[in-house]
Design a protein around this ligand. Structure first.
Ligand code: NAD
Ligand code: UDP
Length: 320
């Protein structure tokens, strides 16, 4: 049994990670400032004797005794990370410094939740880890992209300079229950719009592509990465390589929900990547991991979740 700190633990991915690691028998310290996360995501875990909730902003140092850290604290949706971009980059950079400082002091292993956004608007497709990316350093996505790139840099420098045991995963678009209704990311937006028969907002002409991974597969990959030998630091891509255009996704979701919603087109946000698909050969070789849950199955579960939320049965009614 380990004492594990999960920063951003009340968020979408963090809450699933808390649940899984708690079920594996560990002591969980869930840290969050509730910017995009919610107590509703972890309310069902609060009575558990091995679960602790800490309200804290990771831009400030924290002193805890722990064995492992999963550093997930950072808004992930473009709408949310662009709301206060200075805070976003502070969260990534100060958050990495503070969690790495903690890891160094107590000799804990630390895993950084990085992102496919480090590849920017990529000219290499699919994206392997060896690709250095094409990121605009001064655009509206830079607070997130450059913040995450700086966090990767800090992980590697603390490892080289202070021998901190670090791991980096590059997470590609992930979806599932407990995404916030107002999250702004494409899967949650389209499902909520379809279920409420509102217009489906496709940005640009919808020809841009993304590859969507179901949350359970993602959590499995992240936990496997933490368990790799100390000399494997990553970065390693984790994501589902099945690629869709955004218009295909919209049409599929309308069909699956039986919605009367119509597709409308809205301007494409600045620097929106044209294509994205992970090369997951490294994850297959080093983690023995590949996604198992097909889009249709994951989307059904996500639709069921949002149906319950919209019907007012609470964010976690699917857990009941
Ligand atoms: P999320 O917004 O649901 O979760 C982020 C959590 O971090 C929230 O609970 C939020 O309140 C918390 N947080 C934000 N700023 C904080 C701060 N300063 N101090 C403490 N807590 C703070 O997003 P998510 O999808 O669960 O993403 C989790 C992590 O995974 C993020 O680091 C994100 O960049 C990364 N990631 C996610 C995806 C994805 O598709 N879900 C893709 C790439 C990377
Ligand atoms: N998108 C869209 N309509 C929406 C939300 C997003 O067409 O209501 C598009 C967005 O422009 C991008 C893709 O869907 O091309 C994925 O967007 P998301 O915000 O989920 O994450 P990203 O991969 O861009 O970080």
């Amino acid at each position: 049994m380990k004492r594990i700190l999960i920063t951003g633990g009340a968020g979408f991915l963090g809450s699933h990670l808390c649940e899984r690691l708690l079920a594996e028998g560990h002591d969980i310290l869930c840290l969050d400032n509730f910017f995009t996360g919610s107590k509703d995501n972890i309310r069902h875990l609060l009575p558990h004797p091995r679960f602790e909730l800490i309200r804290h902003d990771i831009i400030n140092p924290i002193y805890l005794e722990i064995d492992e850290i999963y550093n997930l604290a950072c808004p992930a949706s473009p709408v949310h990370y662009q709301f206060n971009p200075i805070k976003t980059i502070k969260t990534s950079v100060m958050g990495a410094i503070n969690t790495l400082g903690l890891a160094k002091r107590v000799k804990a292993k630390i895993l950084q939740a990085s992102t496919s956004e480090v590849y920017g608007d990529p000219e290499v497709h699919p994206q392997p880890e060896a690709y250095w990316g094409r990121v605009n350093p001064i655009g509206i996505r830079s607070c997130y992209d450059e913040g995450k790139r700086a966090a990767e840099c800090l992980m590697m420098d603390y490892h080289r300079q202070n021998q901190v045991n670090v791991k980096i995963v590059r997470i590609f678009n992930t979806y599932g229950p407990r995404m916030a209704v107002n999250d702004g990311r494409v899967v949650s937006n389209f499902i909520v719009q379809a279920l409420t028969h509102q217009d489906i907002t496709v940005y640009g002409d919808g020809s841009q592509t993304r590859s969507f991974c179901y949350v359970d597969d993602m959590i499995d990959g992240i936990i496997r990465m933490m368990a790799t030998p100390d000399d494997f630091l990553g970065p390693v891509n984790i994501g589902n390589p099945r690629e869709f255009t955004i218009i295909e996704l919209a049409e599929r979701l309308i069909r699956m929900t039986g919605s009367r919603a119509k597709i409308i087109f809205r301007p494409l946000p600045q620097d929106d990547p044209v294509q994205r698909k992970p090369d997951i050969r490294l994850a297959r070789e080093t983690l023995g991991w590949q996604p198992k849950i097909p889009l249709e199955e994951g989307i059904e579960k996500t639709i069921a979740y949002f149906r319950a939320v919209i019907a007012g049965k609470g964010r976690n009614s699917h857990d009941a």
